[in-house]
Design a protein around this ligand. Sequence first.
Ligand SMILES: [Zn+2]
Length: 452
Amino acid sequence: MTRIIIEGAHVVTVDAADTEHPIGFVVLDGETIAAVGSGSAPEEWRADAAIVDGRGCLVTPGLINTHHHLYQWLTRGYAQDAILFDWLTALYPLWSRIDAGLTGIGAAGAMAVLARSGCTTVADHHYVFPKDSGDIVGAIVEASERIGVRLHATRGSMDLGASQGGLPPDFAVESTDTILRASVEAVEQYHDPSFSSMARVALAPCSPFSVTAELLRESALLARSLGVRLHTHASETVEEDAYCLERFGKTPTAYLEDLGWLGSDVWMAHCVHLDETAIGRYAETGTGIAHCPSSNARLAAGIAPVRDLLRAGVPVGLGVDGAASNESGQLGIEIREAVLMGRLKTGSDSFSVRTGLRIATMNGARVLGRQDEIGSLEPGKLADVAVWRVDTVEHAGILDPVAALGLGAMPPLARLFVNGRLVVEESTLVTAEEPVLAEQVAAASKQLAERA
Ligand SMILES: [Zn+2]
């Protein structure tokens, strides 16, 4: 068992009481956190421990990314000025040439950048499964093992092609039966429900305008019978609202609720356009939300009403979203984006840097149903810890180290631990060779472009 003590740092626990230790320590014992407190770590923990000098550092829980499409790492820079529906239409032909090999490379690249931005847990929404494309979910799981981050994979899907009134072209969709069969297989093969699980699987039909009502209804029943969570996109744009009103005669929230899609085992990406009634339904049912501020800005979708959602008690986590609509791919940056956009939406006193950190950590854990395992620095929880350097020229002398993360340049990472394992050291990934990854990503991006 490896024991590591981080001490001398400003420790922000994100526990229920918002406890902070301006000069504090964290003890990592194997894959769990053994102790957290002020001053130096007690003698009882020091035998055989490796000491990390945390002076000049901010220590937070590892960040939790509640929404991503990892394969999109291979399609950055396309349709730069488009809104969602036009952007999707431009990218579907490219995405529908993906396979397991390319997906694994894109996922590794995306997760490397996530880890280097403080992210320890990644929820991936993969919904493009071309015929004979191999084991895509398996390739994503393998990539997460290679990089060393905790994964919530999904078996996503699309079964509503353009000829049936959906947005995606017919060649990009699968049959409902194929999807349901593959969903069972993915859960049986890759879902680990254990406490320290590094890979879980959820079911994730893509969105109201790319899947049938039957698939939504059947996926909800199937997920509940398998004991896994449900995820989709919802209420992202005004165009989606208009589509649902015209096709179903109701809002996306009412449509999804009718199909069994509100509940504490469900989380939705975006939720930019929710009225008061919808916010109430999310709160009453405990349905989670992945807030993706940069992606919403890139596609000019709007700003989600996060202050109102939090006041109502809705679990709101933070998400990067796919790199095709957020080329940065860095979760650390999203804290700042959430704070700034929250203020643009509802005023300067409506969104503190600590609220930003909380949605990126503890709230994200709740959104993924892992509030007992990750999201805060507390004894007994898993050792997912970010050590940010706030003594470089970007932040040296700053009054509040949490403001460095929530308002300043993203601080360099001194260390990142996932399940007690060192993944990043002094801004460098230690689990994989970054130059090799970069070469593989460049070659795979080119190969995919040439297939389309
Ligand atoms: Zn998305």
